[in-house]
Design a protein around this ligand. Structure first.
Ligand SMILES: [Zn+2]
Length: 396
């Protein structure tokens, strides 16, 4: 059965808002978009649903960890990032797995109902994460600081990814301080061979910078406590320069956080055409600082938005993330641009623009409605400042 969704305002792309517009949906796919009168005249055998507000495409969460959705950030009383990691690892180890799937699936569904259409989901538990459905890029995250274990870790992970269970899957590099050069290279080569994205947490904390540069500091404590026998080849480089020296950065690399980067690092990220995923709320919680987004934007680096997990962020609702991001950076970013980061820019980078990121024929009808009685020219500002908490996925 076809349905026509009639929206007072329809945001088709970050550059195109149309008034009194019809969206024809057939079996979950958008088949026609246009002026409502014209759509109604050429569409037979369709029910009409009226929406007196904004209809926009569902948002894309470029970084989250669905498997951590059972946590609340308040339960971790950490004094720094390493402390948080230690508490998180302990909490995960002591958790019973029976309810994990249900609780994490519920958290994902809540986010979907509030308007997130797609997730770049980083996780260590292959079976659990594969069960979260097809509207995700599951980044199966690998950890291993010793090169001597790289073959073993890689050959254990690769056959799982090749199974192609539940949604698109690729391997992910956890971080430069937890993955050895050989394992990073193997993961990157494997993903590039499949034209897949590789995500890596990068330059998230000052502790990470200190360790990669000097081999000292709090990350040293973490490795000593968690790994025991390990080695790291200190070269005095920043995290960005270090992973670049290993050939990890290119146009298929998604660098998550990038809070502690200097101008040279930014130039490298731009030259390699890597994207950055910004999780402002998590960064404030774990790093006490936000990334230099103005410099990223001015450099032409592709900026995407993510929520990170509920272990460091209040929720995984992308409209909440957009509101916080826009509040932080509205001085130099207009709201349509921010909306683009969470929709079409993310879809382009992830190569899912055939199905996500805009309202157009052929794409999935992952649509969001929010009541709004203001003017068309205020629609993006409203979405970025007031819509959070009021958005609802359109059931069609
Ligand atoms: Zn993360």
């Amino acid at each position: 059965m076809r349905a026509i969704l009639r929206g007072r305002l329809v945001i088709e792309t970050p550059r195109r808002i149309s008034v009194d517009t019809g969206i024809v949906v057939d079996n979950g796919i958008i088949v026609d978009v246009g002026k409502y009168d014209e759509i109604a005249a050429r569409t037979t055998d369709a029910s009409v649903q009226d929406f007196d507000g904004i209809i926009c495409p569902g948002l894309i969460n470029a970084h989250t960890h669905l498997e951590l959705s059972v946590f609340r950030k308040e339960q971790f009383q950490h004094k720094d990032f390493v402390d948080w990691v230690m508490q998180l690892v302990a909490a995960r180890t002591s958790m019973l797995s029976d309810d994990l799937h249900i609780e994490c699936s519920n958290a994902k569904r809540d986010a979907e109902e509030r308007g997130t259409a797609f997730f770049v989901n980083v996780g260590n538990d292959y079976e659990l994460n594969s069960s979260f459905g097809k509207n995700q890029l599951f980044q199966f995250e690998q950890i291993g600081i010793n090169d001597s274990n790289a073959d073993r870790i890689f050959s254990r992970a690769e056959p799982l990814v090749n199974q192609k269970k539940g949604g698109e899957t690729a391997l992910a590099i956890h971080a430069p301080y937890s993955v050895s050069p050989e394992l990073m290279r193997k993961i990157k080569a494997y993903n590039n061979g499949r034209n897949s994205i590789t995500s890596i947490h990068l330059a998230e904390t000052s502790d990470e910078v200190e360790f990669i540069r000097t081999g000292k500091g709090r990350v040293l404590d973490l490795l000593n406590r968690r790994v025991g026998d390990w080695k790291f080849d200190v070269q005095g480089l920043s995290p960005v320069k270090y992973v670049d020296s290993l050939g990890i950065l290119d146009e298929k690399t998604l660098c998550v956080h990038c809070v502690f980067v200097d101008d040279d690092d930014i130039k490298i990220l731009r030259d390699r055409e890597s994207a950055v995923a910004i999780c402002v709320r998590s960064n404030r919680e774990l790093s006490g600082k936000v990334p230099p987004v103005k410099k990223f934007v001015e450099s032409g680096i592709k900026v995407l938005l993510g929520t990170d997990s509920k272990a460091s962020s209040p929720d995984i609702d992308m409209f909440e993330e957009v509101a916080t991001f826009y509040k932080e950076f509205h001085g130099f970013l207009d709201p349509a641009r921010v909306f683009g980061m969470a929709t079409s820019d993310a879809a382009d980078f992830l190569s899912i623009d055939n199905s996500q990121g805009a309202i157009a024929p052929g794409k999935r009808a992952s649509l969001v409605y929010v009541p709004f009685n203001g003017k068309v020219e205020d629609a993006f500002e409203f979405l970025a400042t007031e819509a959070h908490g009021k958005t609802k996925a359109v059931d069609c």
